[in-house]
Design a protein around this ligand. Sequence first.
Ligand SMILES: *Cc1c(COP(=O)(O)O)cnc(C)c1O
Length: 377
Amino acid sequence: MKQDPAFLRAGAVLTVDLDAIAANWRYLRDLGRQGGRRCDCAAVVKADAYGTGAATVGGRLAAEGCRHFFVAHIDEGIALRQALPQATIVVLNGIVPGSEDEIAAHGLVPALNDLGQISSWRACSQRLNRALDAVLHHDTGMNRLGLSASETEMLANDRGRLRGLRLALLMSHLVASEEPDKPINPSQLARFQAFVERMPGAPASFANSSGIFLGADYHFDLLRPGAALYGINPLPERSNPMQPVVGLWGKILQSHRVDALETVGYGQNWRAARPSRIATVAVGYADGYLRSLSNRGLGYIEGYRVPIVGRVSMDLITIDVTDLPEAMTPPGTAVELIGPHNSADQLAEQARTNGYEILTSLGSRYHRIYLTASAAA
Ligand SMILES: *Cc1c(COP(=O)(O)O)cnc(C)c1O
């Protein structure tokens, strides 16, 4: 791998551990099967599988037995269809006006979020003269996407409004599942249970990553994890049960000495308190290394902590390597930015955001390596 010229010339390398994603998926799937229940596990692969590569990740999870995939945009579904000819691919954002025929042509299943979308999907089914699969999304408290309580009530009282459609799934989405003590969790659950009871015969899906850990009552027929598959901790207050997936290593381009009181980078945002050695690394905010990591992010060289000093630039960051021997920091040295010493969640804390934003920001200039023990990648 290290002989690969693309690896050699890369300024930074992103690794995605496909075996870890597969292990995380099996772990969550098995939580749904506890007590002999027959709950299935989907994979949310929107935003390019949280920055890890939807086609590759989707292919691997399909090989593990995953049959349901969720994307946000229709275009994401169309792209994923190429990699996954057989899978059920649900488009969470639903029908954009005028897109019905394309959704149908690619065999995608829209999450229908209001009565207008239901009638336009029905009209499409009549035009094509065949039944179409549909997901009904009931908004139980997010106030973002989905059918309101009065709309679901209207549907339950008049199932004719769904004629021509096959209900593939009933779904809703939790507002605060990573905060298990919040009363919104059981209240959303009660609303969703009532909806499911009013629409008998269709499978149901409620729990995202953190929701899975709220208990079996939240599981229904299909789990819908995203973040946890990619190693983000679904239990912010407890130790992470998921395996880490993403690694990010930036290479040192150059090191130089600065005197005490000299500044480093744009805006003179960091001033050396002592004679220092500063290494410049080929990662910047254009790569999704967030600007809020200026003077806050941590890197590691062979396990030794090297703080980011000064502002994050578009293509570069600067790190303080004063405490390391020069022999440890020649050009080409790999600086761990996400990895065993600094998880995506930890980097997120340094950036004052969450792991979701760190992963979905991962840039397109990184040299990407998919790790797997099997030959499947
Ligand atoms: C993003 C999303 C998920 C996955 O959420 P995670 O917290 O990443 O597990 C599930 N359902 C819906 C509707 C979503 O938008």
